[in-house]
Design a protein around this ligand. Structure first.
Ligand code: HEM
Length: 156
């Protein structure tokens, strides 16, 4: 087994944990939290669960990015980014960049504070917006996972 194979295994493991976690938050946690009657409880439960996952997702995102760039280097695949037919390569980097910005920059800087303030004023609206955002990110993530598997095995 060479370093490329190990990088591929780590890449897939990181993606499974990260996109799987996004699926859980979107399809299980958020709908359950939105059904809680008391708005203050909704914020507390969501915050507690999301805070735990955010740290794990930061590690997975980092690992996915490092292993992804390592594979790109080892496969001498940088020129793929110049070919629009290999859009799944751009798709991977785009999803990675969006999550990296959200988790490492926007959330700690202002997104978290903005959500708390909005959820106190208008809990239904704030949770509906967060759910829509999660649906969009999950859909994009799953499309890229499918495209990356098909693309890297010569099907796209
Ligand atoms: C910095 C970001 C990323 C880079 C540079 C990157 C790069 C790569 C490379 C070079 C490959 C191997 C392609 C081949 O064998 O021809 C790969 C495979 C793959 N990547 Fe990424 N990737 C990144 C992020 C992501 C993200 C965010 C996802 C999912 C949302 C993802 C999902 C996958 C999947 C599912 C495979 C296929 C594994 C297989 O079937 O062998 N990657 N990636």
């Amino acid at each position: 087994m060479d370093d490329l194979t190990i990088a591929r295994a780590l890449h897939v493991l990181a993606i499974v944990h990260w996109i799987g976690g996004v699926a859980f938050v979107t399809l299980v946690l958020l709908p359950a939290v939105r059904r809680l009657a008391e708005p203050a409880r909704r914020i507390a439960v969501f915050e507690e669960a999301e805070r735990r996952f955010a740290w794990q997702a930061r590690v997975s995102t980092l690992l996915a990015g490092l292993s992804g760039f390592w594979m790109t280097e080892r496969l001498h695949a940088w020129d793929r980014f110049a070919d629009p037919r290999l859009w799944w390569m751009h798709g991977m980097v785009a999803i990675w960049a969006i999550f990296t910005l959200m988790l490492f920059v926007f959330e700690p800087l202002f997104l978290h504070r903005w959500f708390l303030e909005r959820a106190k004023r208008d809990p239904d609206g704030a949770f509906a917006l967060v759910q829509r955002l999660h649906y969009a990110l999950l859909t994009a993530g799953l499309v890229v996972v499918a495209a990356a598997v098909l693309g890297s095995h010569g099907w796209l």
